[in-house]
Design a protein around this ligand. Structure first.
Ligand code: GTB
Length: 216
């Protein structure tokens, strides 16, 4: 059965693949599962039809027969559990790869999202300038710890896994900030993720949506 995912009709990310449908596209490309995309506007996301799929009025969602999923982490885990290629067969290694998915979502991504909040959403607040260095320090702490753990390995725990997919995508949000450049091992890690053919196909697909929307 061909799953259908949802994505921004007009992504505010400038076609950089930063919206979270990119994780799902990438996972589907990694496992060789064709998929369809339903594009939704910001307005449509808040309507009952979409809220029935995603209670918070966001993308991505995932529909496959009777199954409806939301939360990019849950969707990628579902894909990884049902197809070969994103989780190791060994039970302990599989559990560790899933732990890295959680680490990406719960430990590394939150301070990165705070940076977006303080720079963009709260950029006009009087305390924003004072808060920025605090948020950047919290990110640096996490990047330093992650970099130590990665060491000179290609991926976080053996072969590329769904844990790396989630981590690379979370880190990509930092590209414009230049902070990744302070951690060359992480910059190289992200570049390895981006160089994967599956990432390239997913990136091209979301860019085509962005380009078409902005040509209209
Ligand atoms: N925890 C949920 C998940 O992982 O699926 C979070 C989903 C989420 O944040 N979705 C965003 C959304 O639908 C799009 S990805 N937002 C609309 C809304 O809340 O009204 C987040 C995102 C948005 C924009 C950029 N960007 O412009 O660079 C990057 C990422």
């Amino acid at each position: 059965m061909i799953p259908t995912i949802t994505a921004f009709e007009r992504s505010p990310d400038g076609g950089k693949g930063l919206a979270r449908d990119m994780r799902v596209r990438w996972a589907l490309e990694e496992v060789g599962q064709p998929y369809e995309v339903r594009l939704v506007s910001f307005e449509a996301m808040k309507q009952p039809v979409h809220l029935a799929l995603q209670p918070f009025g966001q993308v991505p969602t995932y529909e496959e027969g009777d199954l409806v999923l939301f939360e990019s982490g849950a969707i990628v885990l579902h894909i990884a559990e049902r197809h070969a290629g994103l989780l190791p067969n060994d039970a302990n290694a599989r559990a560790r790869a899933i732990a890295w998915m959680f680490a990406a979502l719960n430990t590394v991504e939150p301070p990165i999202l705070e940076l977006v909040t303080v720079k963009i959403l709260e950029g006009d607040k009087p305390w924003s300038k004072e808060r920025l260095p605090l948020v950047m320090d919290r990110i640096r702490t996490r990047l330093g710890q992650l970099s130590v753990r990665l060491g000179d390995a290609d991926w976080l725990d053996g072969a590329f896994s769904a844990g790396d997919l989630m981590m690379v995508h979370a880190l990509l949000r930092l590209q414009l900030s230049g902070m990744l450049g302070e951690f060359p091992a992480l910059a190289a890690y992200v570049a390895r993720g981006e160089a994967r053919p599956a990432y390239q196909r997913a990136f091209a697909a979301q860019l085509a949506v962005f380009t078409a929307a902005h040509a209209r």
